[in-house]
Design a protein around this ligand. Structure first.
Ligand SMILES: NC(=O)c1ccc[n+]([C@@H]2O[C@H](COP(=O)([O-])OP(=O)(O)OC[C@H]3O[C@@H](n4cnc5c(N)ncnc54)[C@H](OP(=O)(O)O)[C@@H]3O)[C@@H](O)[C@H]2O)c1
Length: 309
């Protein structure tokens, strides 16, 4: 722990007194990269808390409002700055601490499925990693809105959990014939939009299970991994393979995603969509929280609590 001055909100920024921060894989990667990491030296991409101060031009919030926000690093702290466009009031039905586990998942899911892959209602979607922080929120939100989202996971316990989060069908990716199972579950249609956080571990199977004109979006770079893409299948079905990094995305694009989330998900947040909190640690115990994440047995989100001081 280190002492730093409380930051001042600039124009269109909000200062948040933090109640909790969500732990993400990115934070573990940042810790491993150490000083070579290019971002904010303080980790933490998502927080919940109360508005402590408003920068010039911010009219939609008042001090004391319970909020959650996607932040550009800095969440493992007592205070953080957020762009007002990426701050949302926590709905009454949502636990204000658990709210810290929502922003990164929703921004990632909505950016990838709706802005990048333009998922259509009649299509099937699939998430490799259905019980991850990202996956379990995406499954709840998208299935509540009527999308048919399949999921994979690496154990029977996680497959069952993915079904509980609303997966249209869920399969253990370690078992045989994943392609056949997915095709049968979709009535032969295949997958229109696939979100992959496995760094292409199932690439050949993915291409087989995609529908014509299907899109695949990658979330994990796998530490510099390369993809081996069967070109004939790619060409025969006109498939697209893409990927992105949420954190460096331009504010205007994140703002557009925030508008979609406000419209689509805020009305069902806390009722139909609730973060499953696998574990909570005090901020001082962030190292233990990272060990828990790296163990990989969690279902849902790991949170850091900022104790009342
Ligand atoms: N690029 C971006 O903008 C962006 C944004 C957010 C997150 N991410 C990335 O997305 C991933 C999820 O983040 P998180 O914070 O939610 O982490 P997390 O909760 O630890 O989830 C990691 C997930 O990856 C799944 N996975 C690992 N190997 C797999 C495989 N071979 N096949 C299928 N699934 C596999 C795990 O599934 P099992 O446990 O069932 O094996 C687990 O659900 C991380 O890689 C993170 O870096 C990227």
């Amino acid at each position: 722990m280190a002492e730093m001055p409380v930051p001042h909100p600039g124009p269109n920024q909000v200062l948040i007194r933090i109640s909790a921060a969500g732990v993400n894989r990115h934070d573990c990667n940042q810790r491993s990269a150490g000083v070579h990491h290019d971002g904010n030296p303080v980790p933490g991409l998502e927080v919940s808390g109360v508005v402590a101060a408003l920068g010039e031009g911010v009219t939609e919030f008042a001090t004391g409002d319970a909020v959650m926000a996607l932040v550009q690093g800095g969440g493992y702290a007592e205070f953080a700055l957020a762009d007002a466009a990426l701050v949302m009031v926590v709905p009454d039905a949502l636990d204000p601490v658990a709210a810290a586990g929502v922003p990164e998942a929703l921004f990632t899911a909505w950016w990838n499925f709706f802005a990048m892959m333009r998922l259509q209602r009649e299509e099937f979607a699939l998430i490799h990693g259905g019980t991850s922080g990202v996956g379990h929120i995406a499954l709840q939100a998208m299935s509540s809105l009527g999308y048919r989202v399949l999921a994979t996971a690496g154990s029977a316990r996680k497959v069952k959990a993915a079904e509980g989060f609303g997966a249209f069908a869920a399969f253990n990716y370690n078992h045989s014939d994943l392609v056949g199972k997915v095709l049968r579950a979709t009535g032969g249609a295949g997958i229109g939009a696939l979100l992959d956080m496995s760094a292409g571990a199932h690439m050949a199977a993915d291409l087989e299970m995609m529908a014509p004109d299907g899109r695949i979006a990658h979330l994990s770079g796998g530490g510099g991994a390369a993809l081996n893409v069967p070109l004939k299948t790619l060409m025969a079905k006109r498939l697209s393979i893409t990927g992105s990094l949420l954190r460096p995305l331009a504010l205007e694009r994140k703002t557009a995603v925030a508008a979609m989330i406000r419209r689509d998900v805020l009305p069902i947040l806390g009722t139909k969509v609730r973060p499953s909190v696998a574990a909570q640690f005090n901020l001082e115990d962030a190292a233990a929280a990272h060990r828990e994440m790296e163990k990989g047995s969690h279902i849902g989100k790991i949170l850091l609590r900022v104790a009342d001081r």
